[in-house]
Design a protein around this ligand. Structure first.
Ligand code: ADP
Length: 168
């Protein structure tokens, strides 16, 4: 019997961007199931609640039938064990991501040696894209509609109404 293999793609997704969607699509093509998991981190001030982030991710990933969206708090490796997964997916944009991601991967290996972190390299057009940049650019009136899915753009407009003279 063929064993089904699932992977977890964790992150803040505050909010989900086209760069995240690209990584989820690549992962969905490799594994039977991918769980995009929104991290609930009370230390980190988020623009959107976990429920809002999940709703935006679900909408943006609805074209991928083997991707589900969930959330977790606490240790990522505990969430993987709960999901019976042994694969963490992370995206790499640039060399600057590497040091942080490397540390995180080693830490998770220390905590759970059976779990593997797999990195998927982004596409050049998303290499500058982050949730932080989207929020910052949006609030200064920059055009972000090509960086995020339509549902995220709508929610950004609801959350951060802009002055009349600035139209993103
Ligand atoms: P974090 O809160 O750890 O920075 P994010 O929620 O921003 O994580 O992102 C989750 C994962 O998606 C990370 O591995 C991050 O490197 C990756 N990622 C974010 N933006 C992009 C992008 N534009 N292209 C590829 N991967 C990305």
């Amino acid at each position: 019997m063929k064993r089904s293999i699932n992977a977890v793609y964790p992150g803040s997704f505050d909010p989900i961007t086209n760069g995240h969607i690209y990584i989820a699509e690549r992962a969905a093509a490799l594994f039977d199931e991918v769980v995009v998991s929104v991290l609930l981190n009370p230390q980190k001030k988020a623009a959107f609640s976990v429920e809002e982030r999940k709703a935006m991710a679900r909408e943006a990933l609805s074209h991928l039938p083997n991707v589900k969206v969930d959330s977790f708090s606490g240790l990522l490796v505990d969430f993987l064990r709960q999901e019976q997964s042994r694969i963490i997916i992370r995206g790499l944009r640039a060399l600057s991501d590497f040091e942080y991601e490397f540390q995180l991967a080693l830490m998770n290996r220390q905590l759970a040696p059976e779990i593997e972190t797999l990195f998927i390299v982004t596409e050049a057009r998303y290499s500058y894209l982050s949730s932080h940049a989207v929020k910052e650019i949006y609030q200064f009136g920059g055009a972000v509609h090509e960086m995020v899915p339509p549902g995220v753009f709508r929610r950004l407009r609801e959350r951060f109404p802009l002055p009349r003279n600035i139209l993103p």
